[in-house]
Design a protein around this ligand. Structure first.
Ligand SMILES: Nc1ncnc2c1ncn2[C@@H]1O[C@H](COP(=O)(O)OP(=O)(O)OP(=O)(O)O)[C@@H](O)[C@H]1O
Ligand SMILES: [Mg+2]
Length: 348
């Protein structure tokens, strides 16, 4: 099912939590809704579920305008940020609950519980209560409960936030697998860019209630629409240098100059040159920088390089025989270098 958000706005009193939000979530995709804490992710999700009314705008599921439909009519499965299971019910009863509400006959209920429990690997746990489960197991049960009524849309609000790092990795693979198996359009809320990059077909990046960019992870990473998108994705965080671009060179505020890999871009106005750590390459024809730190990480080295008064982080090849204190010549690869207007943050 395709989801269309058209100029969706949500105000709480005077505060705007979601601001004129327009995006399309394609049928069968796993969409990561990504953004910092407080940017409006849960608010947007709850409007999709019908738990929160919109202040203005429309929501469409395929051809249906569901803007004013109550939650039960929308066919949405929702896993909350704290995935509260019913504590007094067993796992089987928890999963069964949405079906009982729909008055599904008992034999059909039991069949479905069996199928879903097997899919999320909790078939051994059906008679336990939530307090007898680990965080990851509770997580699976919450997803099973959301899936059992065969929703048209699955909404997961930071479902992995209470889990330790290893379990998070495991569970995100599981969610990806279950999503592929069911083919249900899914929105996965997270503020973790790495999680969003690894799990999703599409990332919807949000800031202060506003859509920043809606693209596949690789597009967001290699072609960020604005400075915020460039900053928010990638580890280590993208290097940012202040200055001005003119005549094929970027003149840093500290006085140093760097030849631009794409000389056509002239800013005229104060700009930010953002450079990914992997965009540096050792090259005899390059510009000089001093190696102020070196950290070995697997097959590469992470270096801190001084360019004039600025310090940047760069990946350099291990076999280069580079040492701390050396002066090296580097070139920038066009693929990881972006210019942004300093004032507006927009791409130049
Ligand atoms: N019921 C409410 N009444 C008033 N303000 C609210 C309400 N719910 C959310 N807000 C405000 O709306 C903004 C967005 O909140 P929301 O919960 O959607 O953020 P979020 O992106 O999910 O954050 P987090 O990552 O911390 O869960 C916040 O400023 C929040 O304080
Ligand atoms: Mg939230």
């Amino acid at each position: 099912m395709q989801v269309d958000l058209v100029h969706v706005t949500k105000r709480f009193g005077g505060a705007t939590a979601v601001d004129d939000f327009t995006a399309t979530l394609a049928d069968g995709q796993l969409v990561a809704l990504l953004g910092p804490s407080g940017c409006g992710k849960s608010t947007l999700l709850n409007m999709l579920a019908g738990i929160l009314p919109v202040t203005s705008g429309r929501i469409r599921f395929d051809k249906d305008d569901v803007t004013h439909w109550p939650p039960e009519r929308r066919g949405v499965g929702l896993v909350f940020q704290n995935y509260a299971l019913y504590p007094h019910m067993t796992v089987a009863q928890n999963i069964s609950f949405p079906l009982e509400i729909k008055k599904t006959p008992k034999p059909e209920r039991e069949k479905k519980i069996g199928e879903i429990a097997a899919m999320v690997h909790v078939e051994e746990l059906l008679n336990r209560r939530p307090d007898e489960l680990s965080g990851g197991q509770q997580q699976r049960v919450a997803i099973a409960r959301a899936l059992v009524k065969q929703p048209r849309l699955l909404l997961l609000d930071e479902p992995l936030s209470n889990l330790d790092a290893r379990l998070r990795l495991e569970m995100r693979e599981e969610i990806r697998r279950v999503q592929r198996e069911t083919g249900v359009t899914t929105v996965f809320v997270t503020h973790d860019q790495e999680e969003a990059m690894s799990i999703s077909d599409q990332i919807v990046l949000m800031r202060d209630g506003k859509l920043q960019q809606c693209d596949p992870a690789q597009t967001l990473y290699h072609n960020p629409a604005n400075r915020f998108a460039a900053e928010f994705l990638g580890n280590p965080p993208i290097n940012q240098l202040h200055g001005k671009a003119s005549s094929g060179r970027f003149k840093l505020s500290c006085g140093a100059e760097i030849p631009l890999p794409n000389p056509a871009t002239d800013s005229g106005r104060p700009a930010i040159m953002a450079v990914r750590a992997e965009a540096f390459a050792i090259d005899d024809g390059g510009f000089p920088c001093k190696v102020s730190e070196l950290f070995e990480i697997g097959k590469e080295e992470m270096a801190s390089l001084k360019i004039g008064g600025e310090t940047v982080r760069a990946y350099l090849p291990l076999e280069g025989g580079i040492r701390k204190g050396d002066t090296v010549r580097v070139k920038l690869k066009p693929r990881g270098v972006f210019l942004f207007d300093e004032e507006t943050g927009e791409r130049i």
